[in-house]
Design a protein around this ligand. Structure first.
Ligand code: UN1
Length: 490
């Protein structure tokens, strides 16, 4: 057994122990194994971190963007060098497979590189003026102290895609990661510290949800970025918005894959498998609803059920494992209850569904990859509520129009995948399917740092993330009416 790693918080440039209760992260595949442990941050740490971020904000805002970006580029290199080790730690702490863990670390590095280089891109604009002797300039300034609250499912990539733009556009940060994945949070903060980030610019506080609440309620907060569950997100967003603090919150998804009769069915089945079961379905962009054209439904579902049943589950750090556990015992319980409720509501099982009662899969927090076909018009909870696990519900559609309507039958609108080879259908989907991210002939998950990420409808609140959208959120504009000071006519 590997020794557990000691967790510390980063406040004002110093690594230090917490002063509140004990905290540990466990390996979800082997719950008796502690991955990292330490003491939680409490109210005193929140106050000190907010004070440090406030004290650092003027200097950091005045540091040339190129220098700020250079810190991110050095941190990216550190992550790249240690991607194999960190990927293993990520797999042990979060439960996704080791290749996915390593891929996530490299993705965090890619995000740091993208925003690191953004320091050398345009920082505003110049407009002509309707008056003589005047130009109108639009310059950008940071918001100030940003509260960053991040989920367990991408322990390093989601923090990177919030923290990197916050820092590169000149803000300081107080960050509260999910308490189930503190080690990877510490690793990202260590990389940024080692890269030369000045004291107070990034503060890391590890602790329960109450720490996130205290950050959001703190009077020094100038902006909040959140990714996580709809309930927590709405609560934090309303607290921040109620005090006039700008908020960006990325929350639920109930993402559909639509497979039409003319699709390449081999490609579609492979992509639906990835969308539904990679990371054990624990992505806000995961495919949790499948809509299949009636003409090909029997054939497609038979193949999908077979593949799901044959997925290789086990220790995510072992070679060949295709799916690991879910994050903890309570997630496993609520996902299993969601499956049981669906079965009680008339769903039929095409794969999985039954809890493991013995062996390593019963000891770890494993859920069988589950495919459920639903009768009727989708009133079952499993069709409407996000389970955040490896559970795919299926309905059949008689026409393309009906398939699009069923895809839109959700309060959420984060992402969707459409499988067709017909260009006209693909073009009409762009207008008809109401989502923030539409994949045509690829799985519903995935994101790139240079394009907007976020949902339609109730999936998010406030501006989107990434690319230009991140610059919009993490900085505000000052419109400058500039004249020379001498009479323009002379
Ligand atoms: C991805 O689809 O690769 O919490 C990223 C989530 C999303 C990120 C998804 N915010 O799952």
């Amino acid at each position: 057994m590997t020794t557990a790693i000691q967790l510390q918080h980063l406040i004002d440039g110093a690594w230090q122990d917490g002063t509140a209760g004990p905290l540990a992260s466990n390996n979800p595949a082997l719950p008796d194994e502690t991955v990292a442990h330490g003491l939680q941050a409490g109210e005193a740490e929140v106050d000190r971190a907010m004070a440090a971020a406030t004290a650092a904000k003027r200097d950091w805002a005045r540091t040339p963007a190129h220098e700020r970006g250079a810190v991110l580029l050095r941190a990216a290199a550190i992550l790249e060098e240690s991607a194999s080790d960190l990927g293993l730690e990520l797999a042990r702490e979060e439960g996704k497979t080791r290749p996915e863990g390593e891929g996530e670390v490299l993705r965090a590095a890619q995000i740091l590189r993208y925003y690191g280089n953004d320091g050398d891109r345009a920082a505003g604009g110049i407009y002509s003026s309707p008056r003589r002797g005047e130009k109108i300039l639009v310059t950008r300034k940071p918001l100030g102290v940003i509260g960053v609250v991040t989920p367990f499912n991408f322990p390093i990539a989601i923090p990177a895609w919030k923290i990197a733009p916050a820092l590169t556009y000149g803000n300081t940060v107080v960050w509260k990661p999910a308490s189930t994945v503190p080690l990877l949070a510490m690793r990202l903060a260590q990389a940024l510290s080692a890269a030369g980030l000045p004291a107070g610019v990034l503060n890391l506080l590890i602790g329960p949800g109450s720490v996130g609440n205290s950050i959001v309620e703190h009077p020094a907060l100038d902006g909040l970025t959140f990714t996580g569950s709809t309930g927590v997100g709405r609560n934090l967003a309303s607290k921040a918005a109620g005090r006039g603090v700008p908020v960006q919150a990325e929350m639920g998804g109930k993402n559909a894959a639509v497979v039409l009769a003319d699709a390449d069915l081999d490609l579609a089945v492979e992509q639906v498998m990835l969308g539904a079961f990679r990371s054990s379905g624990q992505k806000c962009t995961a495919t949790s609803r499948l809509i299949v054209a009636e003409d090909i439904a029997d054939e497609f579902l038979a193949e999908l059920g077979k593949r799901a049943a044959n997925l290789s589950l086990g220790d995510p750090t072992a070679a060949g494992t295709e799916m690991g556990p879910v994050i903890n015992a309570s997630a496993r319980k609520s996902i299993q209850q969601g499956i049981d409720t669906a079965l009680a509501q008339g769903a039929s099982l095409l794969a999985g569904g039954h809890p493991y009662s013995e062996g390593a899969l019963a000891e770890g927090h494993f859920i069988a990859p589950t495919v459920l076909e639903l009768p009727g018009d989708g009133t079952q909870n499993v069709w409407t509520e996000e389970l955040f696990g490896p559970v795919l519900s299926v309905r059949r559609a008689q026409s393309t129009q009906e398939a699009f309507e069923v895809a839109n039958d959700s309060e959420f609108g984060l992402s969707a995948a459409l499988f067709t080879q017909d260009l006209t259908t693909a073009l009409s989907a762009m207008d008809e399917i109401d989502v923030g991210i539409l994949h045509i002939n690829s799985e519903s998950a995935g994101a790139d740092p240079h394009v907007p990420f976020g949902g339609a409808k109730k999936s998010g609140y406030g501006p989107k993330e990434q690319g230009e959208a991140a610059r919009e959120f993490f900085s505000h504009t000052t419109t400058v009416y500039l004249r020379g000071g001498k009479d323009a006519q002379s």
